[in-house]
Each structure stands twice: as C-alpha cells, then as structure tokens.
Design a binder for this molecule. Structure first.
Ligand SMILES: CC(C)(COP(=O)(O)OP(=O)(O)OC[C@H]1O[C@@H](n2cnc3c(N)ncnc32)[C@H](O)[C@@H]1OP(=O)(O)O)[C@@H](O)C(=O)NCCC(=O)NCCS
Length: 154
C-alpha cells in the first residue's frame, strides 16, 4: 500500500474510493481483477488512469496488486487492459510516479522501455509511450505484448 499511496493507513478513504470508481467521461478508468465465485479473495488487483488536464494525450497511472498475487502476471494484465482502454480514447503516454525504493515498479517499467526522469524531491517520473513497436525484447515486454493481443482478440 505504501508504494501505491506513499503513506500508511489502516482503512480505505471513502472519498478516494468514490474518485477511483467514478465514471469520468473519458478522463479516468479503473480495471480490476477478481476471482469469480471466490468470496475469500476480495480482489487480486486494480489499475487506473487519469487523463492529464494539461496534456490530453497523457494519463497518470497507478496499480495495486495484493501482496499474495504479486509476481504472477496480474500487473501486466492490468497494464494491458488500461493501455487498450486509454489508447481507444486518444491517450498515447502513461506516466507513473514511483518512489526510489520501489524496485519492482522501476525494474518492470525499465524492462518496458519507459523513460525515467528524476524528480526534484526524490522519486522518479516514468513515462511509457503506448506504441507496441517501441517495446524492447524483454520478458516483461513479451508478456505485455501477449496480453495486448489477447485483449484485442477478445
Ligand atoms: C508494481 C505491481 C503493480 C506489479 O504487479 P505484479 O502483478 O507483481 O506484476 P507482474 O507479475 O505482472 O510482473 C511485471 C514485471 O515486474 C517485474 N517484477 C515483478 N515482481 C518482481 C520482483 N519481485 N522483483 C523484481 N521484478 C519484479 C518483472 O519485470 C515482471 O515481468 P517479468 O516477470 O515478465 O520480467 C505490484 O508489485 C504492486 O502492487 N506493488 C505495490 C504498489 C505499487 O508499487 N504500485 C505502483 C505505483 S504506481
């Protein structure tokens, strides 16, 4: 939770949940992964994008995968889902803000060829261009290609 929200808390903030779930006319969307017919697992993870007010072709993204499901491909599926959704409404770049100690996110998006810009007060701004032809030949990029193709074929 700390890597996603940059703060520690015990309960979910209702205002933030409303914002996350609200329909926002092409400005924002959230995709979640749930396991059907399994009430023991409330959710596997979620990914969201918010279109930038200044640059209509850019959106800020965020992801959270439950600890017990990390490293099994859920983050990649969520990225493919929000990539396809965002691309369809004219978004061409995803930006993520990441703490220095978030090695998984930094490794993952480096493997996808994202550009890194150091932030003045620490952390990184990562920018991923939504152009499959720019993805490098890495395992993470190959998984993303696979899920993009899967979603397009669905
Ligand atoms: C970042 C996060 C969403 C990734 O989700 P995930 O389901 O673990 O991701 P995946 O299993 O699809 O793995 C994607 C890539 O991340 C990298 N990765 C995943 N787990 C890793 C680990 N433990 N160590 C190093 N790299 C790792 C790999 O490059 C992997 O691709 P590959 O295995 O094909 O090479 C998840 O770790 C998370 O919720 N972290 C906490 C919240 C957070 O940091 N959110 C991002 C802030 S915007």
């Amino acid at each position: 939770m700390y890597f996603r929200f940059w703060t520690s808390f015990r309960g979910a903030n209702p205002t933030f949940i409303d914002r996350l779930c609200s329909e926002d006319q092409g400005q924002h969307a959230s995709w979640i992964i749930v396991i059907e017919d399994n009430d023991d697992v409330p959710g596997v993870g979620g990914g969201s994008f918010w279109r930038s007010a200044e640059n209509a072709d850019t959106a800020e993204v965020s992801f959270t995968v439950a600890d017990e499901f990390q490293g099994q491909g859920a983050g990649t599926i969520l990225l493919a889902a929000i990539w396809e959704h965002a691309y369809a409404i004219g978004i061409r770049k995803f930006v993520g803000y990441v703490l220095d100690e978030n090695h998984v996110m930094l490794t993952w998006w480096s493997s996808l060829g994202a550009a890194h810009v150091r932030q003045p007060h620490g952390g990184w701004e990562l920018t991923l261009t939504l152009d499959e032809s720019l993805l490098p030949e890495t395992s993470a990029a190959n998984s993303l290609r696979h899920w993009l193709a899967f979603i397009r074929a669905a």
